[in-house]
Design a protein around this ligand. Structure first.
Ligand code: ATP
Ligand code: MG
Length: 433
């Protein structure tokens, strides 16, 4: 974490300050526990800034958070911060605003307050001028103790722009450019652009889950959605081969998890080779390998989740998309374990999932070729199965399932990810008692 510091803007009342103003959506609907959510959002924002190399001050304000830009910050810096904050769950929208201080617009300071505000608006109006376009001024009064109403100020400032700049036409219904003024108790925030955030709730407010991450398109999107609801998300991937430490960050699954960690903040990726399962299957002709393998993945994941503090498992399953995802196979797979399995994509269309994958930047990685388990498993998988029959197969094939799980986990490697970077990796087995 970078050290916090107040920018000089806070100490010089006449200074124009620039901030990224952050508005949260759903947190605003919270009751008594709202402060907790706000605190967590602030914490994640500070971590994100620090990961980008900025130690800007993040301040609580009524109904929003303000990220105070360093006075020397360039426009590029501000854009980079906005880009970073677009990965912070809990943010509904944000804007780069210029803050003009005021003394209440009363008898004593009114003239100076208006002069300063008008000067700033004219400056912004000139910088943003576009020939032939229409504009509107929109005022919000967070501070009600000022001696004007919002429409009064809108009319005054709109007239000023018309007379003092090249702007020629107002359109209230459908303006090309909107000058927003947010009148706060000590300053007026001035901005023109609203940037959408990712919505949701801050990571760290909803407990931890373990997501089964394949090399495909769906599972990264499923993990993203759990992060968006505020979960801390760890990953488990079952690999054909042992993880190649030398390959490290270049590994496809690592890159997928790294990308996801831009959103999920801190995540651990467990890479688990499934050789022990494979070997047992080689011994005889087996039906239902696909369902048995799905059950195996969930059973290993359940044990790992129990040891690493996750309360539920997440998969990218989507009803009837492939043979393993028929209702019957999903049910008999889930019945292999006690821990709940959430499937955020169960009712999506493939196209919708692909759109999301593109939006969150996992699509291009997901479509890279990868040797995944399905390459090893029969071409005509069974579409119907039941728990009792699967349990009977397991009893036959793996007389000691606990040992199978332990052996599998003993070969696992854990990779730590933070805001899109890979921190370190180590053998999981080495840490076990
Ligand atoms: P995806 O695009 O997520 O791979 P898919 O349509 O290919 O989905 P399946 O291969 O049947 O579907 O996998 C269903 C789900 O099982 C995946 O979304 C993922 O959560 C989990 N899964 C599949 N293979 C693996 C694996 N090798 N390691 C971890 N999880 C896996
Ligand atoms: Mg897959």
């Amino acid at each position: 974490m970078g050290t916090e510091r107040h920018t000089p803007a806070q100490h010089e009342p006449s200074a124009i300050s620039r901030s990224v103003v952050v508005h949260y959506g759903e947190i605003g609907l919270k009751g008594k526990n709202q402060p907790q959510f706000r605190r967590q959002l602030r914490r994640v924002i500070r971590e994100k800034l620090s990961s980008l190399g900025f130690d800007w001050w993040v301040e609580e304000a009524a109904g929003m958070l303000m990220v105070r830009a360093d006075p020397e910050a360039s426009s590029d810096d501000l854009e980079r911060v906005v880009g970073g904050l677009q990965q912070v769950f809990g943010i509904a929208w944000m804007t780069i605003a210029e803050g003009t201080p005021h003394g209440g617009f009363g008898a004593e300071t009114g003239e100076r307050d208006f002069a300063l505000l008008e000067e700033r608006l004219l400056d912004l109006g000139r910088r943003r001028f576009e020939t032939g376009k229409t504009f509107a001024v929109r005022v919000r009064r967070g501070e009600k103790r000022v001696p004007f109403t919002s429409p009064q100020l809108e009319r005054r400032l709109g007239a000023l722009l018309l007379s003092e700049t090249d702007w020629e036409e107002v359109s209230l219904a459908n303006p090309d450019m909107v000058f927003y003024l947010d009148v706060r108790h000590d300053q007026v925030l001035l901005y023109t652009r609203k940037e959408k955030g990712p919505g949701g709730l801050p990571v760290g407010t909803a407990g931890r889950v373990l997501a089964l991450l394949s090399g495909g398109i769906d599972s990264p999107v499923a993990a993203y959605f759990m992060g968006r609801r505020g979960c801390r998300v760890d990953f488990i991937h079952f690999a054909v081969d042992a993880f190649d430490m030398g390959q490290g960050a270049r590994d496809k699954i690592c890159r997928l998890a790294r990308r996801l960690s831009c959103f999920t903040v801190n995540s651990r990726l467990h890479i688990v080779p499934y050789v022990h399962f494979d070997l047992a299957l080689l011994r005889e002709k087996v039906e239902f390998e696909l369902v048995l393998f799905r059950r195996f993945m969930l059973r290993v994941a359940e044990v790992l989740a129990g040891r690493t503090g996750s309360q539920a498992l997440i998969t990218g399953d989507n009803l009837s998309q492939v043979a393993s995802q028929t209702l019957s196979n999903l049910v008999s797979t889930t019945r292999g374990i006690l821990m709940p399995v959430f499937r955020p994509l169960i009712g999506f269309e493939k196209e919708e999932i692909m759109d999301w994958a593109r939006r969150i930047g996992t699509f291009d990685i997901s479509i890279e070729p990868y040797k995944d388990c399905c390459a090893l498993i029969g071409r005509h998988p069974r579409t119907s199965s039941d728990h009792e029959a699967m349990a009977a197969w397991e009893a036959r094939l793996f007389p000691d399932y606990e040992q199978l799980i332990e052996r599998t986990l003993a070969d696992a490697v854990v990779v730590k990810l933070e805001h899109g970077t890979m921190r370190e990796h180590e053998a999981l087995g080495a840490r076990r008692p």
